[in-house]
Design a binder for this molecule. Structure first.
Ligand SMILES: [Zn+2]
Length: 85
């Protein structure tokens, strides 16, 4: 009986280890250009005022289905208003 419990624990630990390795592999496969930079450091272009903003701090609006990044809500509102005309 003890043997069965020990086997169970062994499998549980192995499962966790495999899961951790698998998750790391998936992450590496999804972003091969990953050079250790933080995801928030990526720069995106504000189509309204044409300035580059850090993606992590940008205002995101869905413009005709595509997420578009802006430096501020002011630019986002302005861009949507101009597009609507
Ligand atoms: Zn802007």
């Amino acid at each position: 009986m003890i043997r069965a419990i020990l086997l169970f624990i062994l499998f549980a630990v192995l499962y966790q280890a495999v899961k951790t390795v698998f998750r790391a592999a998936v992450r590496a496969a999804q972003d091969p250009s990953d050079t250790g930079r933080l995801p928030g450091e990526e720069m995106v272009l504000d189509p309204q005022c044409r300035t580059y903003v850090v993606k992590g701090r940008a205002v995101i609006r869905r413009i005709s289905g595509a997420p578009t990044h802006f430096c501020s809500t002011h630019c986002a509102d302005e861009y949507e208003r101009l597009r609507r005309r």
